[in-house]
Design a protein around this ligand. Structure first.
Ligand SMILES: Nc1nc2c(c(=O)[nH]1)N[C@H]1C(S)=C(S)[C@@H](COP(=O)(O)O)O[C@H]1N2
Ligand SMILES: [Mo]
Length: 263
């Protein structure tokens, strides 16, 4: 008999939903839900399982939700299939230009100059020499046509090319037994991946969109593109990569979003 992979909805409340708990906390729950914490394995009804905390204490509830979200990270990491490919699409479905998002408006994007740009490397990496744009653009490319899904409730299909991150790691002698990869961006944004996600065949350092160099609003000259993560994990305007065993906190996790953010 073929065993089924574990269902993502593992937090089913055993009984009915405690309406007064939901009622009292509806605003908070809806706000957090919109921000993505409850996406995936944790349903609204499952919150009734958190009966142990006093629901009138919002700070208490938030810290419980944080704990559940972090625990959810561990569950997602456990069920993550390292070589299972995310869906890909055809060239005629590609949206040009891509759809912009950041935690600020497109008018406030500060373009990165390719001439002075450097990618710094640190942590558990043998060859930490920084890379310039010319060298990065000469690396062998992979291409993927994948769906970008933003927690704000929109998506688009995009065609990305660039060096596969696992291949890049082999080139620089990164320790792939380390736990995390941390990304820093020119706009101060931070993101990080667990190593299994970083080594997934559809995770790349993207240099091109629809076969042209990525435009300024979309992360020129280099950004992360992965097919297995929500939009916010795909850090734009990369300036530094660190390989580490210490958990690197991220812009969106600090905002209350789930860190693993698998699709
Ligand atoms: N450096 C940086 N990267 C970022 C962001 C940001 O604000 N700064 N926003 C993230 C979010 S929320 C999304 S949905 C995607 C949008 O990527 P796109 O503009 O190429 O569609 O970038 C992600 N990467
Ligand atoms: Mo997003």
């Amino acid at each position: 008999m073929v065993s089924k992979p574990p269902s993502k909805s593992i937090f089913r409340p055993p009984g009915g939903v405690d309406q007064s708990f939901i009622h009292e906390n509806r605003k908070l729950i809806e706000r957090i839900d919109r921000r993505g914490i409850l996406r995936g394995s944790l349903s609204l009804g499952a919150l009734t399982l958190l009966g142990g905390c006093d629901p009138s204490e919002n700070r208490n509830l938030q810290s419980v939700l944080r704990t559940v979200s972090d625990w959810n990270d561990g569950v997602q990491a456990l069920i993550f299939r390292p070589n299972h490919l995310a869906p890909t699409y055809s060239v005629d479905q590609v949206v040009i230009p891509p759809r912009f998002n950041a935690h600020y408006d497109v008018e406030d994007v500060k373009p990165v100059s390719a001439g002075t740009w450097k990618l710094e490397l640190s942590g558990l990496i043998n060859d930490k020499r920084p890379w310039d744009a010319e060298s990065v653009y000469k690396l062998p490319e992979q291409e993927m046509i994948i769906k970008h899904i933003c927690v704000e409730g929109w998506d688009y299909i995009g065609q990305w090319s660039g060096v596969n991150l696992r291949e890049f790691f082999a080139r620089i002698g990164a320790d792939i037994s380390a736990k995390y990869v941390s990304f820093h961006c020119a706009d101060g944004y931070t993101e990080s991946l667990d190593m299994a996600s970083a080594l997934h065949p559809q995770t790349m350092l993207a240099t091109k969109y629809a076969k042209q160099p990525i435009g300024d609003p979309f992360g020129f000259p280099l950004r992360l593109r992965t097919a297995t993560k929500l939009g916010f994990k795909n850090a734009k305007w990369l300036t530094a990569i660190e390989v580490t065993n210490t958990f690197p906190d991220t812009y969106y996790r600090k905002e209350g979003f789930n860190w693993f953010a698998g699709i």
